[in-house]
Design a protein. Structure first.
Length: 418
C-alpha cells in the first residue's frame, strides 16, 4: 500500500489528555483511493501510531475521530447520553455542498435521534420489520434472482455488481416497501449519489421527492408492506417523518446489502477454503458471510455520534460536536478480540451495537445468503475473471465496496422457477 501523506507524521499514541482532532500533522483521509485500496494495512498503521482513537478526515476539511478499538467502540455505542447521534450543531458549520453532509445531517429518524425521539422512531421501524414473513421472503428473493441469473447464464461471463447484486437488492427492498419500480428507480439513483458523494445535495433531494411520492401512494392505497405498517403505527408519523423513515430503509437496505453480497462472493471465489465449498466442500455460504462481517463488512466506518461536550476517553479529549466514527472493520480486527475464528462468531460490530444496533439483521442476512445460494446453485463453477489484485475498490469514507466483480463460468441453460 502507498502510505497516504496524511499518515506520515511520527507521533505514536495520543498524549494523555490531548485531543486526536488537534494533531500536529495532517489527518488520515478516509476518502482517498489509497485508503480504499488497502484499508487493512491502514488500520494496522493507525493502531501502531495512535491506539484506539485516530485523527481522520471524512472529506476535505471535515475532521473526525475514528474509533478502531473494539472495547472503546462498545463503550461509545452503549452510551447515547454522552455520545448522541444528533448532528444538528455539527452541520451548522458544514457547507450545503459538502459531499458527506447528506449522509450525516440530522433527520427526524432513529439513526439521527436520541432519547424519547429515538425510542418513538425505532419502535415504529421495528414494527414495520417484525411482520415481514421470512418464509415468503425466501420466495421473493428466488423470484427476483432467477430472471437475473437467466439474463447472463448462457453468456458465460457477468459483472456480479451491475448484473446481479445491485438489481437484486434494489428489487427486494422495493418489494418489502411496496414501492413501484418508477419510484424505486428514482430513490436508487439518489441513494447512489449520496453514497458516492457525487452531487450529493441533488441526490438527497431526489431521494426525498421519491419517498414523498411513495408515502402519498401508501396513504391512499395501503398494502402488506413496511411503509403501510409505518403509516398505521400508533406513533402517528407525519409525512416529513415518514419520508425519513423510508429513506433510512433505502440507505440501509440497497447499498449495504449489495456490498455484503459482493464481498462475500469475492471471498468465496478467491479463497480456496470456499471455492472448494461451492462444489461441496466443508465451508458454507453462512461461514463466508460470518467471515466477511468480521473482515470486510459493507459499511466499514459509520455509527457516527456527536458528543455534546468535550469528553475524556482512553486518555484523549474528544471535542464537542465533532463526529466520532466507529470503524466496524478496524474494531472487528482489533487484536484484542480477533482470534481468526469466524464461523458462528457473532461478536463483530458489523450490525453496530447498543440502542442503534441494526434492527433488520435477520432480514438482511436471509436476503444475502439466499441471493448467494441461488447464484452458486445455478453456477457452481464460477471463478474470478481477472486477477484478484486487479479488482478496484470504490473510494469513500464509509463503505467497503467493489466497483465490479467480473466472473466467468460454463454456459448454462436458463433456470425455471418451480
Amino acid at each position: 500500500m502507498t502510505t497516504p501523506e496524511s499518515a506520515t507524521h511520527t507521533r505514536s499514541y495520543p498524549v494523555a489528555h490531548g485531543s486526536p482532532i488537534d494533531t500536529d500533522g495532517p489527518r488520515i483521509a478516509l476518502y482517498s483511493e489509497e485508503f480504499a485500496a488497502d484499508p487493512h494495512a491502514a488500520y494496522r498503521d493507525m493502531r501502531g501510531r495512535y491506539g484506539s482513537l485516530v485523527p481522520v478526515e471524512l472529506s476535505p476539511g471535515v475532521p473526525a475521530t475514528l474509533v478502531i478499538g473494539y472495547y472503546t467502540a462498545l463503550r461509545i455505542l452503549n452510551d447515547p447520553d454522552h455520545f448522541p447521534a444528533d448532528s444538528r450543531t455539527w452541520q451548522q458549520s458544514i457547507p450545503d455542498d459538502c459531499p458527506i453532509r447528506p449522509m450525516l445531517e440530522w433527520r427526524p429518524a432513529a439513526i439521527r435521534s436520541t432519547g424519547l425521539e429515538h425510542t418513538r422512531y425505532r419502535e415504529a421501524t421495528v414494527a414495520g420489520l417484525v411482520e415481514i414473513d421470512l418464509f415468503a421472503l425466501h420466495s421473493t428473493v428466488e423470484q427476483i434472482a432467477v430472471p437475473l441469473i437467466n439474463a447472463f447464464c448462457e453468456v458465460g461471463t457477468a459483472d456480479l455488481v451491475s448484473q446481479y447484486a445491485f438489481p437484486l437488492s434494489f428489487a427486494v427492498i422495493n418489494a418489502m416497501l411496496g414501492c413501484p419500480p418508477e419510484i424505486g428507480q428514482r430513490a436508487a439513483a439518489g441513494m447512489a449519489a449520496l453514497i458516492e458523494g457525487v452531487d450529493a445535495a441533488a441526490g438527497n433531494k431526489m431521494v426525498a421527492d421519491a419517498m414523498f411520492d411513495l408515502v402519498c401512494l401508501k396513504r391512499a392505497e395501503p398494502g402488506d408492506d413496511i411503509v403501510s405498517r409505518l403509516l398505521a403505527h400508533p406513533a402517528q408519523l407525519d409525512d416529513g417523518e415518514m419520508i425519513h423513515q423510508v429513506l433510512s430503509f433505502y440507505g440501509a437496505g440497497i447499498e449495504p446489502t449489495q456490498n455484503l453480497i459482493i464481498n462475500t462472493l469475492r471471498l468465496m471465489v478467491t479463497d480456496t477454503r470456499f471455492a472448494g465449498g461451492i462444489l461441496g466442500g466443508s465451508l458454507s455460504t453462512r461461514d463466508a458471510l460470518d467471515e466477511v462481517l468480521f473482515t470486510d463488512p459493507p459499511l466499514s466506518n459509520y455509527c457516527v455520534t456527536f458528543p455534546k461536550q468535550p469528553i475524556l476517553i482512553d486518555g484523549a479529549w474528544l471535542p464537542a460536536h465533532q463526529p466520532v466514527v466507529i470503524s466496524m472493520t478496524g474494531c472487528n480486527n482489533d487484536p484484542a478480540i480477533n482470534t481468526g475464528v469466524y464461523t458462528d462468531n457473532r461478536s463483530h460490530l458489523a450490525w453496530s451495537a447498543g440502542p442503534h444496533a441494526c434492527p433488520a439483521r435477520s432480514v438482511a442476512s436471509l436476503i444475502v445468503q439466499d441471493a448467494i445460494d441461488q447464484l452458486l446453485d445455478a453456477l457452481p463453477e464460477m471463478r474470478l475473471a481477472v486477477p484478484a489484485e486487479d479488482l478496484i475498490w470504490r473510494p469513500g469514507p464509509f463503505q467497503r465496496a467493489l466497483a465490479a466483480l467480473p466472473v466467468s463460468f460454463s454456459k448454462t441453460p436458463p433456470l425455471q422457477i418451480l
